[in-house]
Design a protein around this ligand. Structure first.
Ligand SMILES: Cc1cc2nc3c(=O)[nH]c(=O)nc-3n(C[C@H](O)[C@H](O)[C@H](O)COP(=O)(O)O)c2cc1C
Length: 155
């Protein structure tokens, strides 16, 4: 079949959808579904999430800079979809989806207990993109903490 030429677009499919928890550090928390996430660097470990300015999560991220990337299982698919169509401005997504707030080890925002992998992160720098507005490159805090422990042990 002959190749076709399309107008420029993001064609890197499939993308992993994750649930990102954000918060103000004082009890206001939110969950946003993010498909635009990716790897940036291995040492130090860094990932990126891409969040539109219009999202409530963007407001919380701008204030606090801390967040958790929670990986999604089959059982969490419904909640992931819900968190991707409702805004934390209007609903408490933790309560509506009956998900449990767990205490993170290094950041002030909660992890989703029902998720098997919680990547605790802090915003490191950001890149403003035309449409997406804020592209956050994040350092993975838990990894940093583990490295510090290793260094202490070896000295
Ligand atoms: C599968 C899926 C993937 C999504 N990926 C993104 C994304 O990468 N970036 C983004 O800004 N919004 C994305 N969204 C939309 C937000 O999750 C949605 O607007 C959400 O309601 C925002 O919640 P908030 O206002 O509480 O932050 C996605 C939605 C779905 C269903």
């Amino acid at each position: 079949m002959a190749k076709q030429v399309w107008k420029p677009g993001n064609m890197l499919y499939p993308v992993p959808a994750v649930m990102v928890t954000t918060g103000d550090g004082n009890g206001i928390d939110d969950i946003i579904t993010i498909a635009w996430t990716g790897t940036i660097n291995s040492d130090p470990p860094m990932v990126s999430i891409s969040v539109r300015k219009s999202r409530y999560s963007h407001e919380l991220l701008t204030k606090n800079g801390e967040f958790v990337i929670n990986l999604v299982t089959k059982d969490l698919c419904y909640a992931m979809d819900y968190c991707g169509v409702k805004s934390g401005r209007d609903v408490d997504k933790f309560a509506e989806m009956k998900m449990t707030k767990g205490k993170a080890q290094t950041v002030s925002v909660p992890v989703i207990e029902e998720s098997p992998v919680n990547i605790e992160s802090v915003s490191y720098t950001h890149l403003r993109a035309h449409e997406t507005d804020s592209y956050l490159v994040c350092r993975l805090l838990l990894e940093k903490k583990n490295n510090q422990k290793k260094k202490k042990k070896s000295s």
